[in-house]
Design a protein around this ligand. Structure first.
Ligand code: HPA
Length: 248
């Protein structure tokens, strides 16, 4: 167990790896295998931030191949009682502008074939996790306050559809997701959110809105992502900083 104060877990998604430059890092292993990256650590006034790069140090792990169980188990073993997850998303409805950030309140899971539970039966137990509210209300509210303190626009709410990837969606698939009630589409919040909940870790997604979803924009999605990522990333990191400051 850790020999320091409270630990905040931070899972960084696409394009955010600069945030760990120069930080000390330790290789860790878990009962579920190796996590996506070394565990980076930042200490702020006695509060420790344990940071993982979801797609690996060379950004070579696609969403469907991430070892989500190892990542969450590694953060749990580091003592994290909360996890802020940065996930890039496309936006389906008019809920948020590209280049901004959002705190989704709900999700719909369309992923398949991922190792998605610690409760695999027999010795590992059987558990029907209550997942009515997939994100921690306490952590979401604290992040809303952090965004206000940092003077960063952050949409509070919306539904995140989690698709399998790695390909992007068709326009018809996006229409279907909208009919289902989704506002954002991304590939990485599940099973991450459920695994964190299984370990009683407060978990919230801070979504980086980087493109209009398929069929919702006028040009190439990759071009939209290139245009909007830096602003969304900067906004998200300002909120994380503000959150860590008040927690420390
Ligand atoms: N679809 C799925 N995942 C994404 C998208 C998208 O449009 N943008 C960023 N992650």
């Amino acid at each position: 167990m850790p020999d320091h104060g409270p630990t905040i877990g931070l899972v960084l998604g696409s394009g955010c790896s600069d945030a760990v430059d120069g930080l000390p890092a330790a290789k860790v292993d878990t009962d579920y295998g190796a996590p996506s990256s070394r565990l980076y650590r930042r200490d702020v006034n006695g509060t420790s931030v344990a940071i993982l790069l979801r797609h690996g140090e060379d950004h070579d792990i696609p969403p469907h191949a991430i070892n989500y169980r190892a990542n969450i188990a590694a953060l749990h073993a580091s003592g994290a009682s909360s996890i802020i997850a940065l996930n890039t998303v496309g936006v389906i409805t008019g809920i948020a502008a590209c280049g901004t950030i959002a705190l989704p309140r709900q999700l719909i899971d369309y992923t398949w074939g991922r190792e998605h539970t610690f409760a695999t039966g027999r010795a590992a137990g059987v558990r029907h996790l209550e997942f009515t509210d997939p994100f921690s209300a306490t952590l979401r509210q604290a992040l809303v306050r952090a965004a206000l303190a940092a003077e960063v626009d952050c949409i509070d709410g919306g539904v995140y559809a989690v698709t399998q990837g790695p390909r992007l969606e068709t326009a018809a698939e996006i229409d279907r997701l909208e009919r289902d009630g989704a506002d954002y589409v991304g590939m990485t919040a599940m099973p991450e959110a459920a695994l964190a909940a299984e370990l009683d870790i407060d978990y919230a997604v801070l979504a980086l809105v980087v493109n209009p979803a398929a069929g919702r924009g006028s040009g190439s999605i990759h071009a939209d992502v290139a245009i909007n990522s830096a602003a969304a990333r900067a906004a998200a990191m300002r909120v994380v900083e503000a959150y860590v400051e008040v927690s420390a």
